[in-house]
Design a protein around this ligand. Structure first.
Ligand SMILES: Nc1ncnc2c1ncn2[C@@H]1O[C@H](COP(=O)(O)OP(=O)(O)OP(=O)(O)O)[C@@H](O)[C@H]1O
Ligand SMILES: [Mg+2]
Length: 463
């Protein structure tokens, strides 16, 4: 039931200072899930330091938007700094919910607030009674700093990805007596403030754990799909469905926190290194054909195509390459990829044929080229520079690759067949990325149209 008249609303509002659940139901007209209600009840009980870890889609960002509207509507002079690691998470997602629920507010409360792209201001004191959205950046960690007031509320979405520098700079403010702090997120990292809130510093926080499969907001298909695709024991399932921190087991080649960090990292704006493509061609009707584009440390895009024959794939790549002029196109030539490579060579494009079953460039360290290139991908992610698009499928594929050491101490990445036995499909998107490390562009002689490159990987030259 929503407020019907101004009188009811304003009278009710006085009591709602302490009853966010009632505010959310009555003023916003929302129906919180049990999980969301439990946090609102904790606020009602006076909890002021709250940490929520969950799987995907349980309504955390929505909950933060509700708390924002409750806090600003019930506390004169409220100041509410809000942050998330990327502009997308903050402006599109969190602020999207703020805009949506502001529109749903009953009058006259709605008209008391002015919502812009990165703020919500109370009309009676726009400069001293507001919420502000600021993206958290490692290189500019001031997102939560410089806010004062009697009624402070810090709302931090995707808190696991917020750089520790941001928490350090705001340490004093975050511990202001009476200030509300809410950390919400998928538990992607095994360090940092968010991790400590559930471990070493647990006694200072009211902690909540919301698995996706216990939320009515998440379809039952989601958990089933994730389990079927990646296995219930995979880190991606733990983090995205169960809301558990990753295990990062020793036989996992690429730990999930590395991939999450790359997804949250902004690309270098100034960098204009050579553009390369990585192409993994699927058999007709089989898996996906993947065309991945990488410029230096930045993966620009991943196109996954289905049901195209080799000529159609070659045509698409040729059209794209003519427009974008990549320095190299890496193609997996085991199987159907060979046909695509032949056609593109015929068209005079700079093709690098990758046969991952070949000997590694460093055979004393790696069992085959495939193991070596996967290892390079791991090293590249560890370098702290790469940025990846928010592609769930790529993240899942990268983090479910297992490896072992052979009896003579060489790294060996599991084969596609072994992976299949574990019930997992071929990591097409990961393969397209890994292939782009088969040769640094700078290692090649001047690239001539139609030239075929077979140079082995050269460690000294970097990528
Ligand atoms: N109580 C609710 N009733 C109806 N829809 C809701 C409710 N809470 C959230 N939603 C909707 O459910 C979807 C998921 O919510 P939200 O984005 O807040 O989840 P999240 O936990 O932040 O997800 P993620 O893990 O991706 O960050 C959104 O479309 C949101 O508008
Ligand atoms: Mg969210």
């Amino acid at each position: 039931m929503k407020c019907r008249t101004d009188e009811v609303c304003l009278k009710e509002l006085v009591g709602m200072v302490r009853t966010p659940l009632r505010f959310v139901e009555l003023v916003l007209g929302a129906k919180p899930s049990k999980q969301q209600s439990s946090v609102l009840k904790a606020l009602e009980d006076g909890e002021r330091r709250i940490a929520i870890r969950s799987g995907h889609g349980v309504g955390k960002s929505t909950l933060l938007a509700w708390v924002l509207l409750w806090w600003i509507s019930t506390r004169p002079g409220a100041v509410i700094p809000c942050t998330a690691p990327t502009a997308h998470q903050l402006e599109d997602i969190l602020w999207g919910e703020v805009v949506r629920w502001h529109k749903a507010m009953g009058e006259p409360l709605r008209s008391l607030l002015t919502v812009t792209k990165n703020s919500v201001r109370h009309k009676s004191a726009p400069q001293g009674w507001f919420a502000a959205a600021r993206t958290s950046r490692r290189d500019n960690p001031e997102a939560l700093q410089g806010f004062h007031g009697e009624h402070l509320a810090f709302l931090i979405d995707e808190a696991s990805g917020v750089a520790e520098e941001v928490f350090e700079v705001a340490e004093g403010a975050l511990s202001t007596p009476g200030a509300l702090v809410i950390l919400a997120g998928n538990p992607t990292r095994l360090d940092g403030t968010f991790y400590r809130a559930f471990h070493g510093e647990r006694e200072h926080w009211a902690t909540f754990h919301f698995p996706s499969h216990k939320s009515p907001l998440v379809s039952t298909e989601y958990a089933k799909h994730m389990a079927a695709r990646y296995g219930e024991s995979s880190d991606i399932y733990r983090v995205r469905v169960e809301g558990e921190f990753p295990l990062c087991e020793a036989d996992t080649l690429i730990a999930l926190p590395l991939v999450e960090a790359a997804i949250e990292r902004a690309p270098h704006k100034k960098e204009v290194p050579p553009l390369v493509y990585g192409v993994d061609v699927a058999r007709f009707g089989d898996d996906e054909t993947v065309i991945l584009k990488r410029r230096g440390d930045h993966v620009l895009s991943i196109e996954a195509l289905r049901d195209l024959d080799t000529m159609a794939v070659a045509g698409l790549i040729a059209a794209s390459a003519r427009a974008e002029k990549p320095s190299l196109i890496f193609i997996d030539v085991i199987g159907v990829g060979a046909g695509v490579a032949d056609r593109l060579l015929e068209l005079g494009l700079p093709i690098y044929q990758v046969n991952v079953a070949r000997r590694a460039a460093e055979p004393e360290r790696f069992d085959d080229l495939r193991s070596e290139l996967w290892w390079r991908t791991r090293e590249w992610l560890e370098s702290g520079a790469p940025s990846l698009p928010p592609d769930e499928e790529l993240a899942a594929q990268l983090t479910t690759i297992k490896y072992s050491l052979t009896s003579n101490g060489r790294v060996r990445v599991e084969s596609k067949q072994e992976r299949k036995k574990r019930g997992l499909k071929s990591p097409d998107r990961g393969d397209a990325l890994m292939m782009t490390f088969a040769s640094p562009v700078s290692a090649l002689p001047r690239i001539e149209a139609g030239r075929e490159f077979h140079k082995p990987f050269d460690r000294e030259l970097g990528y």
